[in-house]
Design a binder for this molecule. Structure first.
Ligand code: SF4
Length: 152
C-alpha cells in the first residue's frame, strides 16, 4: 500500500447523502459522530464536499427525484471511492420499495460496496460497515464484491 493509500485509509473523509430516508438512519449516523461512538478515533472526518470524500454513506431508497443528485455526487468523488448503503431502505428500498417514485436500493444508481442492514441501522453496525469499507480502499479502486458487516 502506497503512502497516499495509507493516508486515505488512516484518515478517510466521509460524505453523507440522504437519498430520501425517514431520517431514522441519519440520526444513527449523527450518533456515530458524537463522543459516545466517536468515529473520529478512526480518523474519519465528516465532509460536505464530494471532491474531497473517500467514502459515500447513503441513507434512504433511490428514487426518481434524488437519483441524478446521487449519481452526480458519486461521479465527483475521486477514485478509489467506497459506497456504504446504510439501512434497509438504502440496501433494498425497505419500507418504501413499493412506492411509485422509488427505484429500489441505492445500488440501482451507484455501485455499492458495503450494505449495512437494519431499520434503523445501529451505530455499531454503521461503524462496522465503514471500517469494512476502509479495508477496501486498496489504492487502485479495485472492487472485491459487495459485503455486509459480519462477512469477510
Ligand atoms: S431503514 Fe428504517 S430508519 Fe432507516 S431510513 Fe428506512 S425506514 Fe427510516
Amino acid at each position: 500500500m502506497g503512502l497516499l493509500s495509507l493516508a486515505r485509509v488512516r484518515s478517510p473523509w466521509l460524505l453523507h447523502f440522504d437519498c430520501g430516508s425517514c431520517n431514522g438512519c441519519d440520526i444513527e449516523i449523527l450518533a456515530c459522530l458524537t463522543p459516545v461512538y466517536d468515529v473520529e478515533r478512526f480518523g474519519i472526518v465528516n465532509m460536505g464536499n464530494p471532491k474531497h470524500a473517500d467514502l459515500l454513506v447513503v441513507t434512504g431508497p433511490a428514487n426518481r427525484r434524488s437519483a441524478r443528485v446521487l449519481e452526480n455526487l458519486y461521479e465527483q468523488m475521486p477514485r478509489p471511492k467506497i459506497v456504504v448503503a446504510v439501512g434497509a431502505c438504502a440496501c433494498s428500498g425497505g419500507v418504501f420499495h413499493a412506492c411509485p417514485n422509488v427505484l429500489g436500493g441505492v445500488d440501482k444508481v451507484v455501485p455499492v460496496d458495503i450494505y449495512v442492514p437494519g431499520c434503523a441501522a445501529r451505530p455499531e453496525a454503521i461503524i462496522d460497515g465503514i471500517v469494512l469499507g476502509l479495508g477496501r480502499l486498496n489504492g487502485n479502486g479495485k472492487r472485491d464484491g459487495a459485503a455486509a458487516p459480519g462477512q469477510s
